[in-house]
Design a binder for this molecule. Sequence first.
Ligand code: ADP
Ligand code: MG
Length: 218
Amino acid sequence: MVLTIRDVTKCYPGQTEETAVLRGVSLDLAAGSSLALTGESGSGKSTLLHLAGALDQFDSGEIEIAGTRLSGLSDSQRAALRRSDVSLVFQQFNLIPSLDTGKNIALHARLAGTWDEGWGIRLTDRLGLSGLLERYPEQLSGGQQQRVAIARALAVRPRLLLADEPTGNLDEAASAAVMELMLDLVRESGTALFLVTHSAAIAQLLDRRLHLHHGMAK
Ligand code: ADP
Ligand code: MG
């Protein structure tokens, strides 16, 4: 399993056990498979995704990323695990404005020391970005920027790709096209995808679906 979540609970300050955001959530995600997380606004989707990415601490239960238990890791150990195994794509594209497309795509993989030119070329080809490598983010459309963000996330060949409403800023047609590409590339690279979406249509494209309600998932 790339991701295992067991009975995880999470309260933010001011919340009680009864009003906790997550009240015992469990799930598994294998390499090359995809899971959609749905639920109303405020139901804890982003919170769970952050926990799955070792970006925040949970109160009880356990999370394992690629066999490593997160409880008990130091901040620097969690950071190292994130760098080596996890990539994130958010609704905001978070591209670096002063870097062109090519440099944005390679950025995280270069920092992790895993940049692979051949894989980078394949990603840019498949995502239709080959002709845009020298453009800066402000010279790209929303859909193009989102494809750059996806290429950057996949360039590191993460074991786990976490995506929080990645097509939330795109219209329906652009959103469907970006999703199809992302799913193809995820399957091709054996990456496990955990994706938050409010769209039932997008959730249907993934292997499995989980619905978050009152702090529980089913
Ligand atoms: P979703 O992504 O499903 O909309 P979130 O995980 O963002 O939900 O938020 C779940 C609940 O936790 C909301 O009630 C939100 O207000 C609260 N929350 C989220 N982040 C924080 C935080 N850093 N501090 C306090 N409360 C938070
Ligand atoms: Mg959210």
